[in-house]
Ligand binder design. Structure first.
Ligand code: ZN
Length: 99
């Protein structure tokens, strides 16, 4: 019955990950699968991914890469970045606008 125990634990993590993913506006099913396949890390990924998506973002004026607000230099093209002179939105807000 050890297999059944693992399945029960994996299902528990799968539901938790799915709910976290759903709350953050992503797919319940996607995070259900991820958290079920890699129970502990899947759930952690769902939690941290959500946190990360709430951070403010900015767009590099040179190459268009999406960067974190506090980045002083573009990670892709190396452009020195001044403090943004136009409104910056979170990744989550950007997604909401597209949908
Ligand atoms: Zn750049």
């Amino acid at each position: 019955m050890q297999g059944m125990g693992y399945v029960a634990i994996a299902l528990g993590f799968a539901f938790a990950g799915g709910i976290v993913g759903r709350i953050k506006g992503s797919s319940f099913f996607l995070w259900f699968l991820i958290s079920g396949l890699v129970p502990v890390f899947g759930l952690l990924a769902a939690i941290f991914y959500r946190y990360d998506s709430r951070e403010l973002r900015r767009v590099c004026p040179t190459c268009g890469a999406v960067l974190k607000l506090h980045d002083a230099k573009c990670l892709r093209c190396g452009t020195e970045l001044e403090f943004p002179d136009r409104p910056v939105v979170s990744e989550e807000a950007m997604r909401g606008r597209v949908a």
